[in-house]
Design a protein around this ligand. Structure first.
Ligand code: HEM
Ligand SMILES: *[C@@H]1O[C@H](CO)[C@@H](O)[C@H](O)[C@H]1NC(C)=O
Ligand SMILES: *[C@@H]1O[C@H](CO)[C@@H](O)[C@H](O)[C@H]1NC(C)=O
Ligand SMILES: *[C@@H]1O[C@H](CO)[C@@H](O)[C@H](O)[C@H]1NC(C)=O
Ligand SMILES: *[C@@H]1O[C@H](CO)[C@@H](O)[C@H](O)[C@H]1NC(C)=O
Length: 490
């Protein structure tokens, strides 16, 4: 009996020694348990409802613990702007001790910590995308080329219905491939399908409970648990991308810049022996980042857009009227045409708002001790900018809870962009594919709306707008009904 009591006291003592306590003047939050933090209070399959309760309880800024790691959640325009714009450098770090960071080893851009390598690669990527003609011909040509393939694919099934998930995914992936590898894949190409499958599986696994456990309890990391599969998938795609890079060396023609790989090789030569961060492993990290960041995001946004267009026929018709009027006999849309299509522009932005594709942005960390809304936040704290909270914020939108393009139109019917429109986030870490993504969304939506009428199929059940939780949020699978629209379009 005595030894039991001793054991109990010992156990309590250990818990006491391991306890995690909020620092003084740290944002408020729920009670923190030793070792697990708030893990046991969250549903690991879908933590959204539990976090929702916390944000309801604690408001615009609160904290919780993943294991022993403190996390601060930012809600609303005011707080997010203060952090990501006003104190941009202090909030521009990335966590370096999560599953996803171990995957990319601080290479590339998305998960690279704030520092010279991140800065050089970000600048290189932005410049390369711009020189390919963001706003100029060639980027547009690449997107329009893929759009023709989507059109042709849909033509074959016009009058029927299909789940558009795979089609949009392959198309947006192809656009990135055209930019970084200089070539696209046929939709049935086996290698292409395998690569997409691996990336999709990883997207699912990194959102799942195993990844959360990996992040919370480091002792589990070396065990043969399902998260090992994430590493296998990642490395098998890396191997392939690496092969493409090697091949490029053989096929390269001096002075001809076919794609981002060619530009990167040139940059490596230019930097020579200087102390630059450009090398082959960084290049592969960057290629993986662009492939990953540019695919799900854009394709899930398209899926949301069509879900709402099917179920809001008056919005669809009004876009089609505007598109027909502006394009007239022109064979193809161009990105310039957007200035004469305020309603269609408003519809696309509204689709992005409700799609809320990256709801919690990508996690940031603080790069030094700092303050926010009067609270002290130490260096290295994980920061979650809750972009959903802004895209739905009641004080910021005329119709926060509807799908209504009027959210982006003034009384004169002109297109306006409220400051709370931040699906690409803000500040130095803001999405570097914004220009590309906006061009893709415009050209694909306009081309398809011009050619097809979209409708909710009779066997489609009841529309369900509830998103599926994830780093990139998707709609539930649905069937897209479509038929050709008379003479318009090509
Ligand atoms: C509708 C489509 C897209 C949405 C909604 C979106 C959204 C975002 C968001 C919210 C972030 C995190 C920003 C932050 O940390 O504060 C991000 C980062 C990033 N995105 Fe996108 N994105 C989209 C398309 C693309 C495309 C097409 C590319 C490819 C060129 C891309 C490349 C990146 C990269 C490289 C980063 C990391 C930037 C950095 O850490 O410095 N994104 N994106
Ligand atoms: C956790 O969330 C999943 C998915 O939403 C749900 O199916 C499950 O019942 C939840 N588990 C608990 C314990 O609430
Ligand atoms: C983010 O904001 C949305 C909308 O206000 C809310 O429902 C959700 O619970 C918030 N998430 C977190 C983690 O606070
Ligand atoms: C490509 O060729 C250059 C020299 O022409 C060489 O330095 C470099 O290592 C090669 N890269 C690859 C990936 O083979
Ligand atoms: C070279 O790079 C390393 C690491 O990136 C850095 O620590 C060092 O200061 C650099 N040296 C010079 C001379 O720039």
């Amino acid at each position: 009996m005595g030894s039991l009591v001793l054991l109990f006291i010992g156990f309590c003592l250990i818990l006491f020694l391991l306890r995690v306590q909020r620092k003084k003047n740290f944002p408020p939050g729920p009670y923190v348990f030793p070792i697990f933090g708030n893990l046991l209070q969250l549903n690991l399959t879908n933590p959204v409802p539990d976090l929702q309760k916390l944000s309801g309880q604690y408001g615009k800024i609160f904290s919780f613990y993943i294991g022993s790691r403190p996390v601060v959640v930012l809600n609303g325009v005011q707080v997010i702007k203060e952090a990501l714009l006003k104190k941009s450098v202090e909030f521009a770090g990335r966590p370096q001790d999560l599953l996803v960071s171990h995957l990319t080893e601080n290479k590339g851009v998305i998960l690279a910590d704030y520092g010279p390598s991140w800065r050089e690669h970000r600048r290189f990527s932005l410049m390369t995308l711009r020189n390919f003609g963001l706003g100029k011909q060639s980027m547009e040509e690449r997107i329009l080329g893929e759009t023709q393939h989507i059109s042709a694919y849909l033509d074959r099934s016009a009058g029927k219905s299909m789940d558009p998930q795979h089609l949009f995914h392959k198309a947006t992936s192809n656009i990135i491939c055209a930019i970084i590898f200089g070539s696209r894949y046929e939709y049935e190409n086996e290698f292409f399908l395998a690569m997409i499958n691996k990336m999709q599986e990883n997207a699912k696994l990194t959102n799942g409970p195993w990844a959360m456990l990996y992040d919370s309890l480091p002792v589990l990391r070396y065990l043969p648990l399902p998260f090992q599969r994430i590493f296998q998938n990642y490395h098998s795609v890396v191997e392939h991308v690496s092969g493409i890079v090697t091949q490029h060396n053989v096929t390269q023609v001096a002075g001809e810049m076919r794609d981002l790989i060619d530009c990167y090789q040139k940059e490596m030569e230019k930097q020579g022996d200087s102390n630059s961060s450009f090398d082959k492993s960084q290049m592969i990290g960057l290629l993986m980042d662009l492939l990953f960041a540019g695919t799900d995001t854009t394709s899930n946004t398209l899926r949301f857009a069509f879900l709402y267009l099917m179920t809001h026929p008056h919005v669809q018709e009004r876009c089609q009227k505007e598109i027909d009027q502006v394009l007239g006999e022109k064979p193809q849309a161009s990105f310039e045409d957007r200035h004469r299509m305020p309603y269609t522009q408003a519809m696309i932005h509204e689709a992005q708002r409700v799609a809320n594709t990256v709801p919690l942005s990508v996690f940031h960390t603080t790069t030094k001790d700092t303050q926010l809304m009067g609270y002290d936040i130490p260096k290295g704290t994980l920061i979650i900018p809750n972009l959903s909270s802004v895209l739905n914020e009641e004080s910021q939108w005329k119709f926060p809870h509807d799908f209504n393009p009027s959210n982006f139109l003034n009384d004169e019917g002109e297109f306006v962009k409220p400051e709370a429109f931040m699906p690409f986030s803000l500040g130095p870490r803001m999405c570097l594919g914004e220009g590309l993504a906006r061009m893709e969304l415009f050209l694909i939506l306009v081309t398809l709306l011009r050619r097809f009428h979209f409708f909710w199929p009779e066997d489609g059940g009841v529309p369900d707008y509830t998103p599926v939780f994830g780093v990139t949020q998707a709609p539930k699978p649905y069937r897209l009904g479509f038929r050709l629209r008379g003479r318009q379009g090509v």
